[in-house]
Design a protein around this ligand. Structure first.
Ligand code: HCA
Ligand code: CU
Length: 378
């Protein structure tokens, strides 16, 4: 456990959240908040994308106070040189060799061509004394023999760490644990994991990877990233503190970090989200409220003050409303909002329908309706 490091990728993977693009000032502000949160490794961007990205990455790297700065690059010498020019400490080079990747991402390249590219890119990085993380992208859908083969190529070319990416978020915790343990034993190298959240298992997989001996876990603030994102840094930090007694992160800074990212990205986590969600410390049922007033821990996994939050007691029950339900109909002419007394074919007599809202898509129309039983045929 002592050697576990968390890498924050908000400034790189987070820019793959739809509609997000950080300017240099935003990145520097978030970088400093992440450093204040004691994050050791921070991935700040992909300088090879454009001259503008390179300039931003450089400004951010130069503003770092103590974190090690990592930048992303394809296995292409020019992209590695962009990381060197932008003053990165680490370059994160990635490649993959399952059939889908060779075809779709590398335009039909052969395994040998990928091998040559990876060796050339890592050697280029070493010429500039960059530390190298080599990522086996889409590791979760790649044969183990292939992971071993390309992993060994990278290790022998001089990679300092090998990362296994669950690019489409398909691992389950047991599989993730097994493969990390295998990689630690077979590659004899520090192993990092990059876990997407498509099935909602990213944090569970990270937890399994830690138990299997992973040295580095990638995360981002609020989990922002491509599609459904990656491991949430804030949830991971709280879990480490509460379950493993790792006092590594100053958890009372969570609200500031969370709000900074919400502000800059426009992303709003939903109320149910663990740690930062509005409801995370709200107690509603009357007997919960009474118990919490006497002994807060009766219905709390940990006290909200520990992460800079407060509890809310909300025992008032809202009055009963008329039933509202969404229904979907294949229909030509959509009914308008406010239309009422619609005689749908499945109505029995005496049922009154009011359309509160509707949304049309090419195949059907989704109505949100209010249904009242009037007792009279309409
Ligand atoms: C990407 C994919 C990636 C790469 C991870 C890495 C993934 O390039 O957007 O290079 O460590 O999820 O596999 O984020
Ligand atoms: Cu990713």
């Amino acid at each position: 456990m002592a050697s576990l490091q968390i890498l924050d990728a908000t400034l790189r993977e987070g820019e793959q959240h739809p509609g997000v693009r950080f300017n240099a000032q935003d990145k520097i502000h978030l970088l400093h908040l992440l450093e204040d949160f004691n994050v050791d490794l921070i991935e700040v961007g992909h300088p090879g994308i454009s001259a503008e990205d390179e300039a931003i990455c450089r400004e951010v790297a130069d503003a770092a106070k103590r974190a090690q700065i990592l930048m992303h690059a394809r296995a292409v010498p020019e992209e590695v040189r962009a990381v060197h020019r932008a003053n990165g400490d680490w370059v994160g080079i990635w490649s993959s060799i399952n059939d889908c990747s060779l075809e779709a991402k590398f335009g039909g390249k052969s395994r040998e061509q990928v091998k040559t590219q990876v060796i050339t890119a890592i050697q280029e990085a070493k010429r500039f004394s960059l530390k190298v993380r080599f990522t086996l992208e889409d590791a979760s859908r790649t044969r183990r023999s292939d992971l071993y083969w390309l992993g060994k190529v990278a290790v022998e070319a001089g990679a300092d760490r090998i990362s296994l990416a669950d690019t489409t978020g398909v691992w389950e915790p047991r599989e993730c644990e097994d493969i990390v343990r295998w990689a630690v034993n077979e590659l004899h190298h520090d192993i990092e994991v990059h876990l997407h959240n498509d099935f909602g298992l990213a944090l569970a997989n990270a937890w399994a990877a830690i138990d299997a001996g992973a040295s580095v876990i990638d995360a981002s603030v609020l989990g922002i990233g491509e599609r459904t994102g990656i491991v949430d840094l804030l949830q991971l930090a709280v879990l480490l503190q509460e379950k493993k007694r790792e006092h590594h992160f100053p958890l009372t800074k969570i609200p500031v970090l969370s709000h900074a990212v919400q502000w800059v990205t426009g992303y709003r986590p939903d109320h149910l989200r663990p740690v930062v969600g509005k409801n995370a410390f709200t107690h509603t049922a009357k007997y919960h409220v009474q118990a919490v007033q006497k002994t807060p821990r009766s219905y709390e996994p940990y006290p909200p003050e520990r992460i800079g939050r407060v509890r809310t007691l909300s025992p008032e029950r809202p009055p009963l409303k008329e039933a509202i339900l969404p229904i979907s109909l294949r229909t030509g002419e959509p009914f308008e909002k406010g239309a009422s007394e619609l005689q749908f074919h499945r109505d029995g007599p005496g049922t009154r329908w009011v359309v509160l809202d509707h949304r049309v898509d090419p195949r059907s129309t989704l109505y949100v309706i209010q249904r009242t039983f009037t007792g009279n045929a309409i």
